[in-house]
Every structure is written in structure tokens, then in C-alpha cells.
Ligand binder design. Structure first.
Ligand code: ADP
Ligand code: MG
Ligand code: ZN
Length: 492
């Protein structure tokens, strides 16, 4: 496998990302956008089937979501934009043209800040435009295997679903940066409730443009790669293409500007077609639709409705909770997890310890179960109770982890889980507990000395010994009994 770090020539990458907008109905008709797993050609109507004489009607929600995403990308929202017809013939395109924005688009000139390999980088966004999706060709299969039939079927359920296409400037210089850009973009779309951003289901699709620069620093000829449906494929396709282009150039060849398809099974890109130019598409204004007019007041309204953005939340968490960049990146990756963490802190858990528990334990449990934080059964307030008990040394962290596992699996109370954890079933009391305390005091005679000579004014050393006892007894002792036995011992 290629290693882009060894590329002889500087790498230049620009991405075109399609994000399916989270509307209930299609861009120009009242059909449902819920097409996944639906019987083919059931979410269709004369408009999205292109019956002659029908007229498109613009869905305002798609405009609002496009503007929202544009604002998240620091773009300028345009007061006036319009639609064009982009003509091409393909059976999944009912009208034989796609209605898309071209030239005058809803949002222009923004950026997205990413951090890749610990280095910050700003990727400029050329523009964001709205367009409709195409349908899907269905190749006949039996038991999941292609039959080799001489025909294909077409399903128009997806045809007309609203997309926003975000076109970056060629500002990325490695496959890892391209991935980090997509990850940040997806996070933004999810924070804004603009899209679910799933690559696997096709809600987020990436076309990658890549070139290797010439010796004089000028941009080389680019190739566009399509058909990557995961972040891993995106990186692999770019790695492959960097190796391929270097090889062609090394042997004195030239790069042809073309569109290549990523073959996920073979891990290669293959030439699909020569790059179309704008004239191939015979763009012309869509006269059946009025221009999109967005007033300054509306733009102000969109701005006011913006939630806290991922990087704003990240900075606030770092400042308010004294957490590191890395910790906060994990906590704020999903806004639902960030919310959960904030609720744990609001319920009284110390921020740093709560951050560890959410980052390590909650994510571990969710991961093990393939579950999602939004339907996690352990409430933030119960987790806060648990974290507080660890903080107060009432429970050892080992036992607390078992308790967390129990609570996330079964609908039981914290008390019940503590009981079942063994923290209280096997109680260490009286003489047995006294023996543990004697042992710990003997092993820490210097600390005991400090306390006995009255130098432990704040009681920190006593707390320290108490913690050791709780740890040693794995939470099987009653903290108040430990405390009273210990003070007796220290007085005597
Ligand atoms: P077109 O209109 O032909 O699609 P654009 O100029 O709109 O071309 O660019 C499309 C995408 O290709 C953009 O994301 C842009 O950043 C990227 N791009 C342009 N030139 C290069 C290049 N030399 N290398 C890599 N990507 C490029
Ligand atoms: Mg383009
Ligand atoms: Zn329709």
C-alpha cells in the first residue's frame, strides 16, 4: 500500500461533499424522503417522475437547512440565488436533467477549521449549493448475487431528495486531512440537525479531486474519484491515486483529467469517463422556479437559531471544566454525548473525574453493546452519584465500573447494584476491618507519625489513609466505620 508521506510531489486535494438534507419531503414535490428499505417506486409522484406538464415547487425547509449549513461553514448567505438545469442522460435521472444551483448559489466563501496530526489547518469552502438527488439503478440479484441479467431496474424513491453540495478549495495536502475534513463536516451537519451524515447509507457522499503539483509549484492535472462509501475507502482511494500518479509522472507520462471509480474490493481506482466540462451539461436557468430570495431579516433569523457549534462547545468545555483539547474532542464529538457529560457535571460530579468516566467507561459500554448515547439506560444523575461515591472513596473504581456495567444492562436502582456488586454483601467490619487498618498504618508509619504529631491540619493525610483502606477492602467496608476505627487507632 502506498504511503502518501513519501510522495515525491506535493499532494493537492479538494473535496466535493454531498449531504442529504434532513427534510420530510423532497426538494420539489411532497413525496417522502424516507427511501431506505422502501418498496421501489412508492415514494414518487408525477413531479419527481417527470411527467410532462408538472411543475416543481421549492421546499422552504431545504432552503433553511442549506442556509444553516452555510452559516456553520462561515459562508455568506446570498440574498438572491437561483436554479439551473444540468442536462445529462442516465436512466436514474427521470427528467434527463438535474435541477441544481450553478453560478448563483445559496452560500459562498466560507471555511472549516480542522486539526490533522496535531496540526491546525483551515480549509476554505468555495460555496454550498442546493440540488436534487437522482434515483438508483437496481441490478437484479438472487440471494444477494448478481444474476448477470441483461437488464437493470430503476427505483426513483431517492429521485428529488434534497442535497447540499459543499465544494472546498484545493486546500488539503494528505489523505488524513481529507478524512479529518469530512469528519468535521459530518460533525457540523449533525450538530446543526441538517443531516444524519451517514456515509454507509449514502446521506454523505464524497467526491475527491486530487493532483500532484509540478516542480515549479503550479497545480498539476487533477483526477476526480467517486464511489467511496466510508472514511477508510476515502483514505485508501487517495493513497492509491497518489501512488498511481507518482508512478505515471516518474515514467515520463502525463495525468489525464478524468473521473475514476474506486473499487473497494480490488482497492484500485479505474477510469470511468473523461472529465465533463460545463458545456457538456448545457446548463441553463430553470425557468419553472422562481429565484431563491432570502432577506437580511431571514438571514438574521437563521443566525439567531444557530445552536452552539462543535468548536464553540469544545472551547467552552476546555475553559469551564479545565479539560485538555484531546479529552474535549472526544466528549464533544457527538452533541448528545457532550450533553450527557454536562448533565453529569450539573448533577454534582467533579468535572475532571466525570470526563474520565464518560470518556472511558460510558463509551466502552456503548461500544461493547453497539449502543447509542441517546438511548443509554444509565441516567446522568445516577452516573454522577456513582462518580461522587468514587470521589469520596466510598467505592473503589473497580467496583464502581462493575456497578456501571450492571446499571447499563438492567433497570435496577443504584443501591441494588451496589448491593449486588459485592461491595456490601461481603462486609468487612469489626476485628477484620481493624486488622486491615493496622496493616495499612504499619505500612505507612511516616504518615501516621505526621498525623499524630498534629501536622495534618487539613485532614488530607487521614483521608489518604482512609482511601487506602477503602481500596484494600474493595469498597466492602462501611466508610463511616473505617473513619471511626481509623481515628481511634490514630488517637491511641
Ligand atoms: P469543476 O467546475 O470542473 O468541477 P472546480 O474548479 O469547481 O471544477 O473544482 C472542483 C473541485 O476540484 C473543488 O473541490 C476544487 O477544490 C478541486 N480542485 C480544483 N483544482 C484542483 C487541483 N489541481 N487538485 C486537486 N483538486 C482540485
Ligand atoms: Mg464540480
Ligand atoms: Zn414526488
Amino acid at each position: 500500500m502506498a504511503d502518501s508521506k513519501n510522495s515525491k510531489r506535493p499532494i493537492v486535494i479538494g473535496l466535493e461533499v454531498h449531504i442529504q438534507l434532513n427534510t420530510k419531503t423532497k426538494l420539489f414535490c411532497p413525496c417522502s424522503t424516507d427511501y431506505i428499505g422502501k418498496t421501489p417506486n412508492t415514494n414518487v409522484c408525477p413531479v419527481c417522475l417527470a411527467v410532462p406538464g408538472t411543475l416543481p415547487i421549492l421546499n422552504d425547509s431545504a432552503v433553511a437547512l442549506g442556509a444553516r449549513m452555510g452559516l456553520g461553514l462561515h459562508c455568506a448567505i446570498q440574498n438572491y440565488s437561483n436554479f439551473h438545469r444540468k442536462n445529462y442522460f442516465y436512466p436514474d435521472l427521470s427528467k434527463a436533467y438535474q435541477i441544481t444551483q450553478y453560478g448563483l448559489t445559496i452560500a459562498v466563501g466560507g471555511y472549516l477549521d480542522i486539526e490533522s496530526d496535531g496540526k491546525p489547518r483551515r480549509v476554505r469552502v468555495h460555496h454550498l449549493h442546493l440540488e436534487e438527488d437522482a434515483g438508483k439503478l437496481v441490478h437484479p440479484t438472487v440471494d444477494g448475487r448478481l444474476t448477470g441479467a441483461a437488464y437493470s431496474l430503476v427505483d426513483y424513491n431517492r429521485g428529488g431528495v434534497p442535497l447540499s453540495e459543499i465544494v472546498s478549495e484545493p486546500d488539503m495536502s494528505s489523505p488524513a486531512e481529507a478524512r479529518d475534513y469530512v469528519v468535521r463536516l459530518r460533525q457540523l451537519a449533525r450538530y446543526l440537525d441538517v443531516s444524519d451524515g451517514e456515509m454507509e447509507s449514502g446521506s454523505l457522499r464524497v467526491d475527491a479531486n486530487i493532483s500532484l503539483s509540478n516542480a515549479d509549484g503550479s497545480l498539476g492535472t487533477r483526477v476526480e474519484i467517486k464511489n467511496m462509501n466510508s472514511l477508510k475507502s476515502l483514505e485508501r482511494a487517495l493513497e492509491y491515486e497518489i501512488a498511481r500518479q507518482n508512478k505515471v509522472l516518474d515514467s515520463g507520462g502525463r495525468i489525464v483529467q478524468e473521473t475514476r471509480l474506486w473499487d473497494d474490493a480490488e482497492e484500485v481506482t479505474r477510469s470511468m469517463r473523461n472529465k465533463e466540462t460545463a458545456s457538456d451539461y448545457r446548463y441553463y436557468p430553470e425557468m419553472d422556479l422562481a429565484p431563491i430570495v432570502i432577506t437580511d431579516e431571514q438571514i438574521e433569523g437563521f443566525k439567531r437559531a444557530m445552536p452552539e457549534l462543535p468548536w464553540e462547545k469544545r472551547d467552552r468545555f476546555m475553559k469551564d471544566f479545565g479539560l485538555s483539547y484531546e479529552e474535549v474532542e472526544i466528549l464533544t464529538e457527538q452533541k448528545e454525548l457532550a450533553r450527557y457529560y454536562e448533565d453529569v457535571v450539573a448533577a454534582g460530579a467533579p468535572p475532571a473525574r466525570a470526563a474520565n468516566w464518560v470518556r472511558m467507561e460510558v463509551l466502552r459500554v456503548l461500544n461493547e453493546r453497539g449502543a447509542d448515547i441517546s438511548n443509554f439506560s444509565l441516567s446522568p444523575s445516577i452516573l454522577a452519584e456513582l462518580v461522587k461515591k468514587v470521589e469520596n472513596k466510598e467505592l473503589s473504581s473497580t467496583i464502581a465500573k462493575d456497578i456501571l456495567d450492571m446499571l447499563s444492562q438492567e433497570n435496577i436502582s443504584l443501591e441494588e447494584a451496589i448491593k449486588r456488586s459485592g461491595a456490601s454483601t461481603v462486609r468487612l467490619t469489626g476485628d477484620l476491618l481493624g486488622e486491615v487498618i493496622d496493616r495499612i498504618c504499619a505500612a505507612n508509619s511516616d504518615v501516621v507519625e505526621t498525623i499524630k504529631t498534629g501536622q495534618d491540619k487539613k485532614g488530607g493525610k487521614v483521608k489518604f489513609l482512609q482511601g487506602l483502606v477503602m481500596k484494600e477492602t474493595r469498597g466492602q467496608a462501611d466508610p463511616s466505620e473505617v473513619s471511626s476505627l481509623l481515628s481511634k487507632k490514630l488517637e491511641g
